[in-house]
Write a protein that binds this ligand. Structure first.
Ligand code: NAP
Ligand code: MG
Length: 497
């Protein structure tokens, strides 16, 4: 055991040692495969737990349980206020167990404990926000112009059984962003966490049972994407699949969904631009742009990975961002004072290193990235690639690591600058740093991305819709839109004579 593990709470150690099963129909059950797979601490490479390998056979059972819960049993007739009550109870449990969940998140994903702790608080906020919507999802009375006298209205009804497939970069938040709106809307769920980070989904399953959700409303099947994930996306008994992850896997989800034309929402990759104009408050813009790419070691779909800086301030901004990166302390997430944890896995680290090597080979200048890396774990130091060009792979492809591609710009022609911003197959996010509000508004309009922030980065409020244009996805998470995407809209017209 790593010495840092002595800092873990007794409940965390006990959880890790428990035999981990699948949550199906309110019971923890053995996987049909009778196989388990290792869960690794990316900060040490050590195996910290073994979880059940769910496969297509378990997905069948989970979908059947979710179907029964949706069509009969207490959930089928649950009043909206009851769903609010259960979700609020879950939010309380998330808070009560915040320290424990944060430690599990750090162990499983590698992120610093303080960051994980803030993330857990955010999940409770998200659950409360969505809990409120359960009683407020009103339809409309629709005035008809047809001859006769009519009463017509629309109503939101839950879409049904939902398959949810999530990634490893924010394990608990991703689970909550998916589950909370689906449950508020009255759906039932089969959740497949990422193979690298299944632990908090399993602990969450225990808390969901403790909160009192009826059996079958939430089912959790750990396993591999190519098997359990693919089976869930293709399942004829699933009415909607909601996915977060790579654009490549997102396209497979769409193909798998064709069989029964299930509804699909996708939250995919990005290559998001950040623009620093010469009038910006650089004291805020420099750490802002640095955090936009270095936070969570760059493993963020909305990371600000392309930086455009006005030539007048370019050299200073780049030097300061590189210096900011070099001041960040890399280490195991359980260590005090650590700013950045490791990447999730060896393959991810190798992938990111290959991109940096590719950038170097194409002749760009590499700033930063010189920290001595911790001996164990999959660490990559914050790195800035200066004077990159639009045609380079490092500028076009999502790296998903702490690697910033920077480019200067000279003019103030917004159409041309928007052309730079939009020169990507993605469209998830864009950041603008300027004191000129007119410029900010005019530029925001011209950017083809689902979220734009001005003088800030990563505004993660539960009320603010989040999602992608272009190949960054379909649909939105957070806000009322998230809930509506777990609903069908019914219109009813009554002939009053
Ligand atoms: P991924 O393949 O997209 O994985 C995301 C989720 O989909 C995981 O639960 C995965 O299961 C599952 N999955 C994989 N193949 C599937 C299939 N054929 N059918 C159904 N589900 C499937 O992402 P990754 O391989 O972990 O990471 C690769 C790249 O994706 C990263 O380098 C990054 O560029 C991007 N990424 C983006 C986000 C984001 O937030 N947008 C998050 C993570 C990664 P397994 O865990 O078993 O593979
Ligand atoms: Mg994968």
């Amino acid at each position: 055991m790593h010495t840092l593990y002595s800092r873990l709470g007794a409940n965390v150690t006990a959880f890790l040692a428990r035999p981990h099963r699948l949550l199906i129909d309110g019971q923890w059950v053995e996987p049909r495969s009778e196989r388990r797979f290792d869960v690794e601490d990316p900060g040490t490479g050590a195996v910290i737990a073994r979880v059940a390998e769910g496969t297509a056979a378990d997905i069948d059972l989970a979908v059947a349980a979710a179907r029964r819960a949706f069509e009969s049993g207490p959930w089928a007739t649950s009043r909206p206020a009851e769903r609010t009550r259960l979700l609020l109870r879950l939010a309380e449990l998330l808070e009560q167990h915040g320290d424990e969940l944060a430690q599990l998140e750090t162990l499983d994903n590698g992120k610093p404990l303080a960051v994980a702790r803030r993330g857990i608080a955010g999940t409770a906020d998200m659950v409360r926000y969505m809990a409120g919507w359960a009683t407020k999802l009103t339809g409309e009375a629709v005035p008809l112009s047809m001859p006769g006298e009519w009463h017509a209205y629309t109503a939101h009804e839950p879409v049904g059984v939902v398959g949810q497939i999530i990634p490893w970069n924010f394990p608990l938040s991703m689970a909550i962003w998916k589950l909370a709106p689906a449950l508020a809307a009255g759906c039932t769920v089969v959740l497949k966490p990422a193979e690298q980070t299944p632990l908090n989904a399993l602990r969450l399953g225990e808390l969901i049972l403790e909160a009192g959700f009826p059996p079958g409303v939430v089912n959790i099947v750990t396993g591999f994407g190519g098997d359990a994930g693919a089976a869930l996306a293709a399942h004829p008994g699933v009415d909607k699949v909601a996915f977060t992850g790579s654009t490549q896997t997102g396209k497979r989800i769409v193909q798998a969904a064709l069989g029964n034309l299930k509804r699909v929402t996708l939250e995919l990759g990005g290559k998001s631009p950040v623009f620093i104009f010469p009038d910006a408050d650089l004291e805020a813009a420099i750490p802002g742009a640095a955090n936009a790419i270095f936070f969570n070691s760059g493993q963020v779909c909305s990371a600000g990975s392309r930086l455009y800086v006005h030539r007048r301030v370019y050299d200073r901004v780049l030097a300061d961002i590189a210096a900011h990166g070099e001041r960040l302390r890399l280490g195991h997430g359980l260590e005090e004072g650590v700013d950045l944890g490791p990447l999730i896995s060896r393959p991810q680290r190798e992938r990111v290193e290959a991109y940096v090597a590719d950038g170097r080979a194409s002749g760009v200048e590499v700033l930063g990235g010189r920290q001595v890396l911790p001996e164990h774990g999959h660490f990559v130091a914050p790195t800035v690639l200066a004077d990159t060009r639009a045609d380079l792979r490092v500028v076009r492809e999502e790296i998903f690591g702490p690697v910033l591609c920077a480019m200067p710009f000279d003019d103030d022609d917004l159409e041309r600058l928007a052309g730079l911003a939009n020169d990507t197959e993605y469209g998830l996010f864009a950041g603008i740093w300027t004191r000129d509000l007119t410029l900010a508004h005019r530029f925001a309009r011209r950017i083809r991305a689902g979220s734009v922030s001005v003088n800030a980065h990563m505004v993660n409020d539960p009320a603010l819709p989040f999602g992608g244009y272009k190949q960054s996805g379909w649909g939105r998470e957070r806000g009322r839109e998230a809930l509506e995407l777990y609903c069908e809209l019914k219109s009813v017209a009554i002939n009053l004579g």
